[in-house]
Design a protein around this ligand. Sequence first.
Ligand SMILES: Nc1ncnc2c1ncn2[C@@H]1O[C@H](COP(=O)(O)OP(=O)(O)OP(=O)(O)O)[C@@H](O)[C@H]1O
Ligand SMILES: [Mg+2]
Length: 652
Amino acid sequence: MLIKNLFTRDIFRSIIGVVKAHQLDDFAVWQELDEFVITKELDQHFRKFFSSYTEAIKNPNDPAMAGNIGVWISGLFGCGKSHFLKVLSHLLRNRQHAYKGQSRHAVEFFEDKIKDAMLFGDIKRSVSSQPDVILFNIDSKADNQPGRDAILNVFLKVFNEMLGYSGDHPHIAHMERYLDGKGKLTQFHKTYSRITGTDWLQQRDVYEFNRDEVVQALSETLGQSRESAEKWIDNAESNFSLTVENLCKWVKDYLDTKGANHRLLFLVDEVGQFIGTDSGLMLKLQTITEDLGTVCRGRAWVVVTSQEDIDAVLGEMKKKKAHDFSKIQGRFKTRLSLSSANVDEVIQSRLLCKADDVKGELEALYVQKGDILKHQLSFTNVGMTLKPYKDADDFVKNYPFAPYQFQLIQKVFEAIRKAGATGLHLSRGERSILDAFQSAAQTVALDQVGVLVPLYEFYPSIESFLDTAVKRTIDQAGTNTSLEPFDIHLLQVLFLIRYVEEIKGNVDNLVTLCIDRIDCDRLALRRRIEASLLRLEKETLISLSGDIYFFLSNEERDINQEIKNVILNSGEESRLLGEILYEDVLRGLRKHRYSANGMDLPTTASAMVTPTATGWTGGCWSQWSPHCTTTTNSSRRAASAFWTAAWRTGRC
Ligand SMILES: Nc1ncnc2c1ncn2[C@@H]1O[C@H](COP(=O)(O)OP(=O)(O)OP(=O)(O)O)[C@@H](O)[C@H]1O
Ligand SMILES: [Mg+2]
């Protein structure tokens, strides 16, 4: 059976890799609802969110509810924060969605997904009150003005936009709010349109060019003199003052017009990144949340997402500022955190879900090959437990991937981001872990069952957000005629694990990472890898330290290249080696007592310059030199370690 026929959904379908708040086309929304997976964690989060939300609805006069309106969703990169937030927005709005001739209300997508009737009942109840939902990405809504009012400005902007007022000019929105309050906004629109022959909504952002017409429309609508309308318009911007108090008052006024049970939710994506370590912004968010809670008495909600755990953001801050931030945690009463296990479950259910007949076939395969697989997927010298398949069920869930790949790819993404190998913030790219798994699965889709996905198949999806400088090294290696195609795969593997501390690039691990089928001959693959490593090392693309191979970053390559280019004659080399060993290693020790007969033997630099298979002898130091290509692996390794040590101690 072909791999692509294992899955219940087409592995080649287009999946939106990174969920964005503003992407609201039919396809995106339908897919977000249709393919949403309620994982174990999300099930808990839905319960927590809807229980505090419905509790607030049930107890509208309880002052304690005012403190419940903050929800903080946190988690690592790509763990599904935006998707969860967006699904909350779809659910609460509960609009009818249509795609390819089908049409459904948002809640209907969840009838099969939520097994617990009580929870589903809570969701339906919350939705029935038809709250207003404002979903936005704070970074894309904020203008470029720095300062602590940035968050406040964005909140007002999105609130104004929801009401149909000007988003770009808060003072114009204020005029519209005033007219609306008097019940005269529609009349103003009509008057303006009669005077100018244009639509106010199209023209209001450039109102300064039509100042006279705006003045006329305003004075006619309000029945005021032209002078006072003129004064109002001319001073509108300077007289306008925005404070948290004002914002909360306007929100409350709006809610009052809608009745006691009406709710308004601000769903704000990527707040954590926007705030960063700016305590001013943080304080403002805290104040907005706090005041919205008290002024609107639990009717206005603030739900935010943050890339890192709130404590992790706190950890990055100076002690002095930490105090401010600690208060904000209290303001967000409901804290929902998504872990990497959530990503694994999403990939298994959304991408790798298998039909029942296929499951049986794969289970039978595991019964037959389970022991071989344990051996094939073993690692040495790792700083974390890289999971093998637990049992047949686990095999069915993960196949054609190995369980360790879920842990490792997560680490790879994190590590590459931290090490700065990406030009931009990783989340700005279009790629996510889900997406990396989809692309990797596609590469083996036309193979027969029995294949496994080697780690290098993940490289192409990660490549798209790498710094061009980093990418160039690997791209150029691809055109190097001294290298074979498999060498490039190996180089990609070494790059992927370069910054992951938990896994070392020893040959054993490289073999495991490159296994491409269940029945793979490990010994043959090992030989192939060893030959590849030699070629890559010769091209200075990788280096060896002890028994661990490293991908060389550009800087390191340059240094290695320089080391290679230094031409030393053997006398100089011996002298340097002697100095290093004699002074640095032996620290001036002049003699060695031979324990068998108690005799003191003098030590001199020249006596220990060359390693052999059996030990140290005097002789030609050049065997150790990195230029030498005919030495054995162990002496090359020793040479490399020596040169690294020498270079680190600043001796060459
Ligand atoms: N519960 C889920 N069901 C289905 N797909 C999901 C789920 N959670 C996440 N995904 C998918 O995983 C990918 C990444 O999700 P999302 O963009 O929400 O992550 P994020 O945590 O917001 O990432 P970032 O830190 O980059 O903002 C998307 O393709 C999304 O559709
Ligand atoms: Mg996101």
